[in-house]
Design a protein around this ligand. Structure first.
Ligand SMILES: CC(C)(COP(=O)(O)OP(=O)(O)OC[C@H]1O[C@@H](n2cnc3c(N)ncnc32)[C@H](O)[C@@H]1OP(=O)(O)O)[C@@H](O)C(=O)NCCC(=O)NCCS
Length: 137
């Protein structure tokens, strides 16, 4: 059900990304190049079943970060995000990273989700997001 994303998935990926009610993207144009780069180097995954794509994740092997983890709201709470996050972390581990990091807005479902998955807060980013880290492997 989880497979590597291709550029053909971009429209659905964008639809899910733009529909979120937390961690809203203020400047979607600023991430287009990064998304295409990560898809082209097989560092982007979608969860798909017979009804379509329900969520996606991405890891950036250049800096050891989780670049994205987003679910269609109708498909939340089924463990899909956890599986997508595992795929992204596995990619970071196999590209030589001992730790993964990410940032997310405070007070969100995502913050609670990451704490529940064992991520540890290491501080705040300049724009006030919580920075989390997790050891891999
Ligand atoms: C954050 C997000 C990815 C979580 O997706 P999800 O489908 O609810 O996650 P899952 O169903 O895989 O949940 C996995 C686990 O987290 C737990 N969990 C999920 N939401 C939780 C919450 N709000 N509080 C506590 N635990 C939670 C689940 O119970 C489950 O626990 P388990 O591993 O013991 O079974 C999703 O809500 C989302 O896309 N949010 C909007 C976009 C966003 O903010 N993304 C993060 C950007 S950094």
């Amino acid at each position: 059900m989880i497979r590597v994303a291709t550029r053909a998935d971009l429209a659905r990926i964008s639809e899910i990304r733009m529909a979120v009610r937390e961690n809203i993207l203020s400047r979607p144009d600023k991430i287009v190049d990064a998304v295409q780069y990560l898809i082209d180097c097989d560092a982007f995954w979608v969860f798909e079943d017979a009804t379509g794509i329900h969520g996606f994740s991405s890891a950036d092997p250049r800096d050891g970060s989780i670049f994205a983890l987003f679910m269609d709201q109708a498909s939340e709470g089924r463990g899909i995000a956890r599986a997508l996050l595992d795929a992204a972390c596995l990619h970071l581990a196999t590209t030589g990273h001992g730790r993964a990091w990410l940032s997310t807005d405070p007070g969100t479902r995502a913050e609670r989700f990451y704490r529940h998955q064992g991520w540890r807060e290491t501080g705040r980013t300049a724009d006030g997001e919580i920075r989390f880290e997790k050891a891999l492997g």
